[in-house]
Design a binder for this molecule. Structure first.
Ligand code: SF4
Length: 69
């Protein structure tokens, strides 16, 4: 069984990026982000489209997810 990945709004990874299309959840405070499986991939809808990346990938074109504070 996969381990859940939990991170926060200060981490500039795909999982906290506005351009990432992977499945993720954010808490009510807009601070803690989680995914059910850290190995899942989501398409980048930004500069690196249509490549897919895991939640902990990062790049210089990161933009904070709008759901985050
Ligand atoms: S590759 Fe870069 S721009 Fe695309 S989702 Fe990940 S951090 Fe965001």
């Amino acid at each position: 069984m996969a381990t859940k990945l939990v991170t926060n709004y200060q981490v500039k990874h795909c999982v906290t990026c506005d351009f990432w299309s992977g499945s993720r959840n954010v808490d009510n405070a807009g601070v803690v982000v989680s995914v059910s499986d850290p190995s899942i991939k989501g398409k980048c809808l930004g500069k690196w489209r249509p490549n897919s990346f895991t939640p902990n990938h990062t790049c210089p074109d990161f933009k904070k997810w709008g759901a985050l504070k």
